[in-house]
Design a protein around this ligand. Structure first.
Ligand code: AMP
Ligand code: MN
Ligand code: MN
Ligand code: MN
Length: 287
């Protein structure tokens, strides 16, 4: 279809299948209304919403790429890898994601035990009330519970006080290996993309290691314009994309009308000098 880098593509968002608050159908309508011209639903460690997203996008006349966002442990830190344009019925990817999701319930019970020790009882059951997919209980669901129960005034405060490293509700977790996440996506016919690279607080040396290992495993893309980046980071990661010959991606990372700063389709376009990831995925688009 389109190799225009300035296309209003939004290739990163979340539904109730992971930690978003809208259904795939509501997201498709919202994306269409927001002027999105190419959309992808990228639930954390899940592709269970892809069939619904494909149908919903078709119903509103919105070109669609399959998507997911895989949690990876790299050099002892959490990195997110977005996959785009894969066959969502590929067995190896589905199995890999199921294994990646596997430890979430035990982790959530441990998180609740940590919160209980600082005077917040019932957080496991509390968080579960916000979960749309019992297989995918996330820190975001705990955050919504803690705000609504009056322990914090907003979600960023919950993460600061309770859910980040060293805080009472934080439980370290081993996610997928970088090699596996990139391999599952690539072997299913998709393209792996480093999500929001500006969010990891890596030193330049660590970032170089991430990008070179990612590319050695077959990764080809990087998010440049995302709801998680500052305007300065749009330029910084545009330079990174050019330097490494990576395809550039763009996505709001929209989770909820009540929580997300950036709505579907409302980011600035990719810098025109970049090669967009959708140029390499034209034969994978559901029109
Ligand atoms: P999990 O996969 O369970 O570790 O949860 C990660 C999710 O928590 C991310 O995808 C974000 O949606 C959310 N999150 C992480 N850090 C923050 C933060 N500082 N403020 C708000 N939301 C956050
Ligand atoms: Mn999330
Ligand atoms: Mn992410
Ligand atoms: Mn995301």
């Amino acid at each position: 279809m389109n190799s225009d880098p300035t296309l209003n593509a939004d290739l990163h968002c979340h539904s109730v299948i992971s930690d978003g608050t809208l259904t795939p159908e509501a997201l498709a309508e919202r994306a269409k209304a927001g002027g999105v011209a190419l959309w992808s639903l990228t639930d954390h460690d899940e592709i269970g919403g892809q069939g619904r997203a494909i149908a919903a996008a078709k119903a509103v006349g919105l070109p669609y790429l399959t998507g997911t966002e895989i949690s990876v442990t790299f050099a002892g830190r959490v990195v997110h890898i977005v996959g785009l344009g894969f066959d969502h019925e590929a067995r190896e990817l589905a199995d890999g994601l199921r294994a990646t999701r596997g430890g979430r319930e035990a982790r959530a019970r441990e998180m609740a035990a940590g919160l209980d020790q600082v005077g917040i009882p019932g957080a496991f059951e509390g968080a579960l009330k916000y979960v749309g997919n019992p297989d995918l209980i996330s820190r975001t669901h705990f955050a919504r519970f803690l705000v609504d129960a009056g322990h914090c005034s907003d979600i960023p405060e919950v993460f600061r006080r309770f859910l980040t490293e060293g805080k009472p509700g934080f439980v370290p977790h081993k996610w997928a290996a970088l090699r596996d996440a990139v391999g599952w996506i690539t072997r299913a016919g998709g393209i792996a993309v480093i999500a929001h690279p500006g969010r990891y607080d890596f030193t330049p040396t660590e970032e170089y290691a991430l990008i070179t290992e990612f590319m050695a495993h077959g990764g080809r893309g990087i998010e440049v314009v995302t709801g998680s980046h500052t305007t300065a980071e749009f330029q910084q990661y545009a330079d990174t994309a050019v330097e490494f010959g990576l395809l550039a991606s763009r996505g709001s990372d929209f989770h909820s009308p009540d929580e997300s700063r950036i709505d579907l389709g409302s980011l600035p376009p990719l810098p025109a000098r970049l090669t967009p990831v959708w140029e390499a995925l034209s034969d994978r688009i559901h029109a």
